[in-house]
Design a protein around this ligand. Sequence first.
Ligand code: NAP
Length: 282
Amino acid sequence: MRRRSWHATWSACPTARPDVALVTGASSGIGFAVARELAQQGYGVFVVAERGVDQAVHQLRQHTAAQVTGLEVDLALPSGVEAAVARARELDVRTFVLNAGVGVHGPFLHTPLQDELRLVDLNVRSVVHLAHLVVPNLVAAGGGRLVVVSSIAATMPAPLFGTYAASKAFLRSFAWSLRGELAGTGVTVTTVLPSATRTPFFRAAKMERTHIGRGPKSSPAMVARRAVEALQDGRAEVATGLQAKAMVAIARVLPQPTRTAFHGWFYAPGAPPPASPATYAE
Ligand SMILES: NC(=O)c1ccc[n+]([C@@H]2O[C@H](COP(=O)([O-])OP(=O)(O)OC[C@H]3O[C@@H](n4cnc5c(N)ncnc54)[C@H](OP(=O)(O)O)[C@@H]3O)[C@@H](O)[C@H]2O)c1
């Protein structure tokens, strides 16, 4: 049975306005699923992505009764972050799901520098920038929710996917630190650690032929449910699903050289794909 959240209680009050949640990277994959989950629970949703926002907004409006609005900006640019925050202020957003992210796969000797730096700009810089702009207002308002979508890749170095894994390790550490600093302010920070999830991410990063690209994956809907439960409970961290929990546990016990090799296997070229793509049941 789903727990009754502070949000459900609050929205039951007839005079209360629904909370509005900004979700970055909500045009597809995990971000879209989180936006849909929040919309189904009565939140207003503010969809932010670089492309495909109109379509996402249309779909959310078709399938939920939520107030949905959108903005197409490049969050890898400071001006994109500033535009998203300006609109979020107008909408009085108190819940921020910082999910937009990309991967760059391949030997560091050969990956284009501009791709690596754009990854850092989006996965790392935009999150710090956005959080820095919104946290003071949330603290002044006495409450808010920040969700940072990291990854189980945060738990181990990843040869052939090194910048990505490092960006996710940054996010995990940053989110925990910020949570510690904000204790007692009413603002919570929740880190989400998904494992491989069935989204356009692997195609975009040209990773379909790797072990992880060809392996079984969680459904974005399940990841979104776990993430939204955790944000509503104000939990520090959630590893979404059994595979994610297992990876976090493995990372804890393996020495650094072993877990680096272990994790690197996932990003190496893999065996041919199964006849139909497998999905973790949960
Ligand atoms: N899929 C997995 O296995 C997995 C596992 C662990 C963690 N994650 C993390 O989950 C998050 C979502 O990934 P996903 O798997 O759902 O992949 P996805 O479907 O490719 O979603 C990425 C989202 O980020 C947006 N985005 C990309 N570049 C952007 C930019 N410069 N400015 C604004 N938005 C931008 C994309 O929008 P556009 O359409 O505009 O590009 C899209 O909405 C990422 O942070 C990823 O690292 C994914």
